[in-house]
Design a protein around this ligand. Sequence first.
Ligand code: ARG
Ligand code: GLU
Length: 718
Amino acid sequence: MKKKSMLVAMALLLGWMGCRADEGMWIPMLLKKYNIEDMQKQGFKLTAEDVYSINQASLKDAVVGLGREGYPFSHFCTAEIISDEGLMVTNHHCAFDMIQSHSSLEHNYLRDGFWAKDKQDELANPGITASILVRMEDVTDRINAQLTPEMSAEERNAKIKQVAARLEAEAVKGTNLQANIKPYFNGNQYFMSVFKIYKDVRLVGAPPSAVGKFGGDTDNWVWPRHTGDFSVLRIYAGKDNEPANYSPDNQPYKPSTFFKISTKGLKEGDFTMVFGYPGTTKEYLTSYAVEQIQDIENPHKIAIRTAKLNIINAAMESDELLRIKYAAKAASVANSWKKWQGEIKGLKRFNTVEKKQQEEQAFRQWAAGKPAYAHLLDQYKSLYDKRKDLILAQAYLTEAGKQGAEIVMWSAKVYNTLGSKEFINNPEQIRERIKAAAKEFYKDYDPATDCKILVEMLKLYNENLPAAWIPAEVQAAIAKKGVEAYAASLFKNSVFASEEAFNAFIDKVDGKSCRKLEKDPAYYLYHSIDLFYADNIYPELSRIENEVKVLDKTWLAAQMEMHPDKHFYADANSTLRVAYGKVQGYVPCDAVYYKHFTTLAGIMEKDNPEIYDYDVPQRLREIYEKKDFGRYTQDGEVPVCFIATNHTTGGNSGSPVLNAEGHLIGINFDRAWDGVMSDIQYNPEICRNISVDIRYVLFIIDKLAGASHLIDEMVIVD
Ligand code: ARG
Ligand code: GLU
């Protein structure tokens, strides 16, 4: 024990003496001020201006945030431009929904892959957006100037929103750009990002899932890894090269710059940099918050999803069509489910709660006698004590309730649309829109599977929540019939359970008769959960979380004051960041060293036609037999994936991984199991991002897909 706390104390000291190497997600416009010197010391050969510039073309112009219409600033993945005709690469899992939605039993692009023969053949993906950052600006002072110390938290928030909206509008007035202001450093600073957002993104190619998702959910979040997790897209623009809605007349986008690709190869210790859109990290949480994630939020959400996945996986195993229908859903349920498990493991293994408690102890001493900070931690504690039960109820009401069986959420979506003013004013148009959404929904829907999910969700819900947290209607219904009979009768009587019944209903419904849905058992269930949440959970929980937010701002400001020499980085917030580090293996446990790269030979080692996740495509086996590797080798082997110490998170998927010259050497797609707690606590010894080696990407495009015309579009340097 004594030894352990000594180690903890040392780690703390080291942490405070400066930001540990490799940790951090840095703001591109501030590289020049804070990072470039260190980056160059680590081997980077370019200047800060080469990475981010508003005066000349720079690497940032080739980094793309992938978003969805209506939510263009919450990038779900990153992509990068690799030709002067708007060709992009991202991950296979980032384009998974696109590939899946173009797939059918006849054209099973998920299973077989897809390669457009030429540009005519490339497939449109309505609703997908591609954002390119034009510039960033620090607007902290302009926002703060409008705030006064007398304002309440609500007044402040309202003011910030109002000023931000005005600044955003002013920044892009008279242009086709879009601006977005986000808080950084827990609201201690504000930056505006100005984007040009393209709206015609087409699917150019994707390998079969047996390459793009090789190892499946079994290998997900795990190193050693052999996944060819990439896909190829292209941005199209209007004739003037400006953003335009999809049109067959659009032209491939001509970027101001694009990434050159390096096949030179890599070795341990090489400089690497990841340039992309990390979504969310929480590096400055208190021990109280981490405890709740580790002991309440994650374990319960995991249990709920385990139940869901057992049912979905059994369905997918039983039938090829169900496999297609549920592939994307299963992957997304399983992804966070597995990550939360790794996160708990890492937090416990590295004693994050204990470490944070020690930091907090030191903070208490420092803060004693400073009125602004002296009571901060006590305030946190009392808020988190109150939050405990509410957060548990929230986990079940949302994960198992509203988002449990799909029919529940779907009924609410439809009801809300029919109840809107838009429907009264414009019934035909809205009806068509609902029908289009229904077609998408039912295409991938299996009521029998969903009914089983509903049964399990309700059971879990009842078992794990105190009776006081369960909506009375749900309790009563279940008590009367038992869960199975209740679910069976819901599916029998709900108009949402079958596509035919639903379409017949929608064809006739009007502004009045839509009220009938209030008695539909699926919607009734949604409504009782929603009402219960709105009455009993939301007001108190959001009050607490707003108060926590206010403390969070002070907490981080205080830490900056306490450690004036430490270089802090802002938590990820879906804005463009630079992470840098080096290619490096690691020691996952006693006696084991993980090398920094994997090879095609490793794929053949895992090959097993009996196991879906490891069934290597026959053509790839043949290529391997013939050793037809082309120029895509290092020391005679085809490299597949590599790991490095770059600090990344969800949203960084698809990000370009660059070498010291700024050339593309890989595409980021995951993190290694032992370090997935890095969203909360980064540890340079063990946290690794996983990338697919660009040479494997080229090898698959060239040798497996035979799409060498795409290789011809790229610029490859050695
Ligand atoms: N874990 C990676 C990420 O967070 C990859 C997920 C997709 N792959 C999968 N097997 N589900 O998004
Ligand atoms: N796969 C993740 C994504 O979709 C990246 C892995 C991570 O969370 O680091 O963004």
